[in-house]
Design a protein around this ligand. Sequence first.
Ligand code: NAD
Length: 506
Amino acid sequence: MNATSPAATAVPVVELLIGGRFVPSRSLEFRDVVDPATQAVLARVPFATADEVDAAIGAAQAAFASWRRTPIGARARIFLKYQQLIRAHLQELAAILTAEQGKTLADAEGDVFRGLEVVEHAAAIGNLQLGEFANNVAGGVDTYTLLQPLGVCAGITPFNFPAMIPLWMFPMAIATGNTFVLKPSEQDPLVTMRLVELALEAGIPPGVLNVVHGGEAVVNALCDHPDVKAVSFVGSTRVGTHVYRRASQAGKRVQCMMGAKNHAVVLPDANKEQTLNALAGAAFGAAGQRCMAASTAVLVGAARAWIPDLVAKARTLKVNAGVEPGTDVGPVISCAARERVEGLIAAGVDEGATLELDGRRPEVPGYERGNFVGPTIFSGAKPGMRIYDEEIFGPVLVLLAADTLEEAIALVNANPNGNGTAIFTQSGAAARRFQEDIDVGQVGINVPIPVPVPLFSFTGSRASKLGDLGPYGKQVVTFYTQTKTVTARWFDDTAPAAGVNTTISL
Ligand code: NAD
């Protein structure tokens, strides 16, 4: 990780990346990066000053002049090298990620791997950034499009996927010829910084990728700065809505992928064992801190009788530090997050839902100070209860009941969020009806966490997304480029000149 350590015993201080150099911040404001399983302080991260944000944007703006002209093959080869480096450092990256974020080592490798897939896709940029060409749209006239980079783009990322989500952003922005300023989550910036180091090692030139750390003030500065042409944001609905408004107001392209309340719909004809396994994994994996976590399940008809089996399955999951072998559920990111989740569980009890499994304050020998919440299940939840209306972002599964598939679809579509959903059934007709009528971005059919591979783009509907185009895949090539349409005629000097034509024809 790139951090300065003034003395061997001192906590390292995370640096900024400006113009190709890792530099210490001159800020007076810092926060600790804390291991959520032990409370050990791993590093201190600065909140960059306004001058430092300006310097990062300035470096990106200066680098754009030559980077935008860099041939496609040269850009692509950097990402070929980068994917090799990430692969070679997979375990090291996962260990950094687990230490600062808490998820299990296997899940941390998955976090890096899903980002690596986007890097592999960026290496194929030659096939992705292609314009269109129409021959002879009029006599001797051709029309074609150029997909040109925008300039400086900025990315603001959340704590829950500190490898994958930065890798959703800067590789595709840079591969398409833009330069980039990244603002990682201040809660777990270390694995992101290691990935940035590897990106420089892969050959990304000075100034093409820059990193500033911080919170609201830095984000606002990125939204406001006239030289930033596009902003990609992933995080909560509250902050994403603010970023969308503020950056749009400043005339930028903006894409915001935001909060969720993902419903799994379980029909009684589903394969019971597979479905219960899928639900438990998708609700409690990563301690429920995935934007695609199946945090809500709608049990339809006779599937309502499966609750005791689901509870039994959840009880088998092992709560422990992410570094310990055999762990299923690690800690949540911070003490504040644990308190928030515990508060919502208490609210669920107060509001009359049935607490089928209470995961509060589990015993985790050796990690007594960790932010642990064990798998928790409520049944009898309803719209209007806080456990249903709010994104809990912890290992809490909220069960609702419906009599029919139609009723379940109506319930999902009435929820404000539209990030992900899944149906469990053996009926093709029911699954097809679901995919047609459900108003949600990612739809799984017997797939609990249907995050698309980068041949496609991440999508989202209603309160889960603002902006037309999603991250990675084909949509992000459109997001990170400006289409220029050229209509061209080359005169044949041997042909007689046409007269003056005052009509609109070519
Ligand atoms: P967050 O919104 O608190 O933080 C996201 C980013 O915004 C961070 O970089 C943070 O520093 C910055 N930020 C925080 N407060 C700000 C403010 N007041 N003004 C400006 N910037 C601010 O999100 P989080 O807690 O880090 O991440 C969890 C959330 O992200 C969940 O809601 C989850 O569903 C969502 N998420 C969504 C997706 C998706 O693709 N839809 C993916 C991952 C996470």
